[in-house]
Design a binder for this molecule. Structure first.
Ligand code: AMP
Length: 394
C-alpha cells in the first residue's frame, strides 16, 4: 500500500490530504489546514473520515514546521506509524520552468524552480523553502512535485508563443505556461466519466484565483494564464490581461517604482481595485445591489471577461459540448453563471434557472441545451496524489 502526503501551500497557509492507495483504489485518511503560518499562533484543523475534527492552536514558524506538526498529530492519532509509513510527500507546485509533469524533488529541480522564481514570485519561494526544510528535517523522505503547468503541455506552440523577439522565448522562456493544471485536469477527467462523448470542454476555474482552459479529447489546448499567474482573466486582486505601455505613465504620474506598480496590479486590482469594495465577489454583489456603480461595473467586467474567453475557446474548439464552472465562485455563484450564460444562446446553450440554483454538483442546463453546463467542485489534491502514485510506480 502506498501512502502519500499531498501539500498545497499558500503564503501563510498549509493544506494537506493524506492518501492511502491500494491497487486502483484510494482513500483519504486525513485532511487538514493550518492558517497564519509564521505568526505567533497558527490555527490547525485536521479532519478524519469518521467525522472527527481535531482543532488547536500552536506556534508554527514555517511550512516545514507545519508538516512536522501535522505529521506528529497523525502519528499520535494512529494514522501514521512512523516515517517509513509515508511512501512520499507530493507538492502541488506552481512553476517548474522547463520542468513539467511530475518530478522528483532533487538539486536540479530546486535550481530550475529558483531560476524561474521571477515568473512566480509569490509561489515558488514558499515551495522551495518547504522542500529544503523538509529535506533537512527528514532526509530519507521521498519528495515529489507535480507542477501546475503540467496539464497545459499539450497546448499548440502557436498558442503558447507571444509576439515578442523569438530569442526571448528561447533564452528566457518568455512564453505561456498556464496554471491551475490540476484543477482543469480533474474537470476534464470528471466530465469524461459523467458525459462520455463530450470531446470539447471549457473549464472555468473561478475563485480566489481564476483561469479558463479549453480541453479537446481530454487534453488542454488553450488556457488564459500565461508566463505568470498574473495574465488572462481579471481576478479577485489581479489585473489579468493588461497593456504594458500603461506602466510608464502610471509610474510617472504617481511616482511609483516598477515593483510598487506591479504590486498594485497583482494585489490591489481586479475585483478589489475596480469595485473599491472587496476582493470577495459576495461583498461586491451586495454593494452592487445597494446601488454602488463601481461594484456593478466590477461584476459586469469580470463576467464579460469570462464570456469573451468562452467565445474565443469555443472558436478554438470548433463548438462546445460541455461548459464547467468550478472554484469558490464558479460553484457558489448562480448569479455569475446566469450572467455569463445568458449571452451564450448562439451556441445553443440554455441554462435551467431551477437547476442553476442547486447547491450540489450536477448539470445546470436544460435537457434541450446543446451544451451541457456543469457545476462541479474541483479536487486538485486527488489529481496530484494520482500523479505522484503513477510516478512512484514508474
Ligand atoms: P476558492 O479560491 O476557489 O476557494 O474561492 C474563494 C472565493 O470564492 C472567495 O474569494 C469568494 O469571493 C468566492 N465565493 C465563495 N462563495 C461565493 C458566493 N456564494 N458567491 C460569490 N462568490 C463566492
Amino acid at each position: 500500500m502506498d501512502k502519500i502526503f499531498i501539500m498545497n501551500l499558500g503564503t501563510t497557509s498549509f493544506k494537506f490530504k493524506f492518501y492511502a492507495f491500494s491497487g486502483a483504489c484510494s482513500e483519504v485518511l486525513a485532511s487538514g489546514e493550518l492558517e497564519s503560518v509564521g505568526a505567533d499562533s497558527s490555527r490547525c484543523e485536521i479532519s478524519y473520515p469518521d467525522g472527527r475534527v481535531i482543532a488547536g492552536e500552536a506556534a508554527i514558524a514555517d511550512h516545514g514546521a507545519a508538516f512536522s506538526h501535522c505529521f506528529s498529530i497523525l502519528q499520535r492519532d494512529g494514522i501514521i506509524r512512523d516515517l517509513s509509513d509515508v511512501t512520499a510527500v507530493g507538492y502541488k507546485a506552481v512553476h517548474g520552468g522547463n520542468l513539467s509533469g511530475t518530478c522528483l524533488v532533487d538539486d536540479a529541480l530546486i535550481r530550475e524552480m529558483e531560476r524561474v522564481t521571477p515568473l512566480a514570485p509569490a509561489h515558488n519561494p514558499i515551495y522551495l523553502s518547504a522542500m529544503k526544510d523538509i529535506r533537512k528535517r527528514y532526509p530519507q523522505l521521498l519528495q515529489v512535485a507535480r507542477f501546475e503547468t503540467s496539464f497545459h503541455g499539450t497546448i499548440p506552440e502557436k498558442r503558447v508563443t507571444y509576439g515578442v523577439p523569438y530569442q526571448w522565448k528561447e533564452e528566457l522562456g518568455i512564453r505561456r505556461y498556464g496554471f491551475h493544471g490540476s484543477s482543469h485536469q480533474y474537470i476534464a477527467q470528471t466530465v469524461a466519466k459523467l458525459q462520455p462523448g463530450a470531446r470539447r470542454i471549457i473549464s472555468c476555474h473561478l475563485g480566489g484565483s481564476s483561469s479558463i482552459c479549453a480541453v479537446l479529447d481530454g487534453k488542454s489546448v488553450a488556457t488564459t494564464m500565461g508566463a505568470t499567474v498574473q495574465s488572462g482573466l481579471f481576478n479577485n486582486n489581479r489585473v489579468g490581461d493588461f497593456e504594458p505601455f500603461c506602466l510608464k505613465p502610471i509610474m510617472e504620474h504617481y511616482g511609483y517604482t516598477l515593483d510598487e506598480t506591479l504590486a498594485i496590479l497583482s494585489k490591489k486590482s481586479g475585483l478589489l481595485g475596480l469595485s473599491g469594495v472587496s476582493n470577495d465577489l459576495r461583498l461586491v454583489l451586495e454593494a452592487a445591489d445597494a446601488g454602488n456603480r463601481q461594484a456593478k461595473l466590477a461584476f459586469d467586467t469580470f463576467c464579460d471577461n469570462i464570456l469573451g474567453y468562452i467565445g474565443m475557446y469555443a472558436a478554438y474548439l470548433n463548438g462546445l459540448d460541455a461548459l464547467v464552472f468550478t472554484g469558490g465562485i464558479g460553484t457558489n455563484s448562480d448569479i455569475l453563471r446566469q450572467k455569463v450564460c445568458e449571452n451564450l444562446g448562439y451556441l445553443g446553450l440554455e441554462l435551467d434557472p431551477v437547476k442553476n440554483a442547486r447547491r450540489d454538483d450536477g448539470i445546470v442546463s436544460t435537457d434541450a441545451s446543446k451544451v451541457t453546463v456543469w457545476r462541479l467542485k474541483t479536487d486538485e489534491e486527488s489529481v496530484v496524489a494520482g500523479c505522484v502514485r503513477e510516478f512512484l510506480k514508474q
